[in-house]
Write a protein that binds this ligand. Structure first.
Ligand code: GLC
Length: 543
């Protein structure tokens, strides 16, 4: 009972970016029926659950993170009946289903925002958002100096002269969480999906929601906008947000108490320190929050050791477990990220990404895998400007080409685009072009080749499921040479990673249980390789 109840603590969740997973209707865009068709593939891989990127009705200015109706399915992706079929099919396979909920902002097409635009300044309809008068003699200056996360000012003016706040694009107006109607509406939305059987929610921008009540100027607006994930302390991470997570946790706990099936809240929490991060996962708040510092760490043993130690320290005592992540739909994929500045074609990026995967799967806590990570997909770095759809590209004057390259539709089979992604109505192309070299990474090839990324992930997941040492708990660092990180899990499992390129003596004698690359010589760990060993503690001095 206990382990079933706490399933999320060491779960491995697969992030499905719905529009790029599998297209069942032949329109070039992935959909919910495609996800359902892909479930057996995910079952074979061995994941515990899936997180579905937003599929709600949306004008798709930010690929669904601009939600026009929180309780329906966009016809682009299917309908509620198809959603129900997907949940039922996943349940039959023992795969949990998490939805992506977006409470910081909605779409400018949301009925309440339209109502706000049609209503006068000072009206109840406007009070659901942040409408304010501008500054300067004719109010032509925005109400404050905040920048939007995706470039440009955080305010847009409406025809009657007022301005509204949007921390992302103008098509994504921010909700006013100081208005009790907002909280009540989101409680209704949570219940709508919980009643349809979902196992939880990934919460978008979970450190957002509340803004400083006076909406004052930022002392350093340039710094707030310097990186996409930097934090404007007046717009994010306000203390009141924690009350919302307490309320949402109570709703989830209420459902769990009814049927013993614990529902999960996992937050996208970007805050400056691991300590602040830990506040979000106190026992009565979110179950988990993505720990992005691992994703942000360069390929360097000291950097990895530091972020892992900090995460373990800060999470201790919160009742949560660390939620590790190396890739997602907003970041350059690991194969490419770790490959730089290595010469192209050296294979270093792929070797390091494989090693990082084994490291992540050996850490205590939960792990998230982003679709295509299990295929070792590199970033598509040379998409032509005219196909890019990420609003960041447009809003930064074409400077930032960040997020399209990791969102290219998955290759499933065959030698040429669409690689089985779309059922192939003549002339219909995937919504982003797939390069020819995607053939090398197609799932049919990956499944047939035991040296593929896919097999590494599958073997890692299988071992993780069968070895109690790899569940939640702690780790102990072992003494190692400078280029190597090694830690023990339980009494007898060791994971070591060689961050350097030269071989080193392995911390454990004998052949590894699983390795991210060839380990031809027992007792030697090649460069850019990770391995797991089961060892006899009495014969290994530092255990
Ligand atoms: C989160 C999502 C990202 C989205 C943004 C605005 O960071 O991961 O894709 O654009 O929120 O909703």
């Amino acid at each position: 009972m206990q382990s079933r109840y706490r399933w999320w603590r060491d779960a491995v969740i697969y992030q499905v970016y719905v529009r790029s997973f599998l297209d069942s209707t032949g329109d070039g865009v992935g959909d919910l029926a495609g996800v359902r068709a892909g479930l057996p593939y995910l079952k074979k891989l061995g994941v515990d659950g899936i997180w579905l990127s937003p599929f709600y009705p949306s004008p798709q200015h930010d690929h669904g993170y601009d939600v026009a109706d929180y309780c329906d399915v966009d016809p682009l992706f299917g309908d509620l009946a198809e959603f129900d079929l997907l949940v039922r099919a996943a349940r039959r396979l023992g795969i949990k289903v998490l939805l992506d909920i977006v409470p910081n902002h909605c779409s400018s097409e949301h009925r309440w925002f339209r109502e706000a635009l049609a209503s006068p300044p000072g009206s109840a309809a406007r009070a659901r958002f942040h409408f304010a008068d501008g500054r300067g003699p004719d109010g032509a200056e925005p109400p404050n100096n905040w920048h939007a996360m995706f470039g440009g000012p955080a305010w847009t003016r409406v025809p009657d002269g007022q301005w509204y706040l949007h921390m992302f694009t103008p098509e994504q107006p921010d909700w006013n969480w100081r208005n009790p109607e907002t909280g009540a509406e989101f409680a209704r939305v949570l219940r709508f999906w919980l009643d349809r059987g979902v196992d939880g929610f990934r919460i978008d921008v979970a450190a957002g929601l509340f803004k400083h009540p006076d909406l004052p100027d930022s002392p350093d607006p340039e710094a707030d906008a310097r990186t996409r994930d930097s934090v404007n302390p007046l717009a994010w991470n306000q203390p009141e947000v924690h009350d919302v997570w307490r309320q949402w946790r109570a709703i989830c706990d209420e459902y769990a108490a009814r049927d013993g099936r614990e529902r999960l809240l996992v937050g996208e929490v970007s805050v400056p320190t691991a300590r602040e991060h830990a506040l979000y996962v106190r026992p009565d708040e979110l179950h988990q929050a993505f720990f992005f510092d691992l994703l942000g760490a360069p390929w360097d043993p000291d950097a990895f050791r530091k972020v892992i130690s900090e995460a373990m320290q800060d999470i201790a005592g919160t009742g949560s477990t660390v939620t590790w992540v190396l890739n997602n739909h907003d970041q350059v994929r690991t194969v490419t990220r770790y490959g730089e500045p290595a010469p192209e074609g050296s294979g270093l990026g792929a070797a390091r990404a494989r090693a990082a995967a084994l490291l992540m799967l050996a850490l205590p806590g939960a792990a998230y895998i982003y679709q295509g990570e299990e295929l070792g997909l590199p970033e598509v770095v040379d998409l032509p400007d005219d196909v890019l759809t990420d609003p960041i590209f447009r809003r930064t004057g074409s400077r930032a080409r960040i997020r399209d390259g990791c969102r290219v539709p998955l290759p499933w089979s065959g030698q040429a685009s669409p690689f089985g992604f779309t059922s192939g109505v003549e002339g219909v192309k995937p919504w982003l072009p797939q390069p020819e070299w995607f053939a090398e990474h197609a799932t049919d090839r990956a499944l047939a080749d035991t040296r593929s990324f896919w097999h590494l992930y599958r073997d890692g997941l299988q071992l993780r499921a069968s070895l109690p040492q790899l569940g939640e708990g702690t780790l102990r660092w072992l003494d190692t040479p400078p280029d190597v990180l090694a830690f023990a899990r339980g009494d007898d499992l060791v994971c070591a990673v060689n961050f350097g390129t030269a071989p080193v003596p392995a911390p454990v004698p004998g052949a590894p249980l699983l390795a991210s690359g060839p380990c031809p010589d027992a007792g030697v760990l090649p460069g850019s390789t990770a391995a797991w060993w089961i060892t006899d503690p009495s014969s290994t001095p530092h255990l």
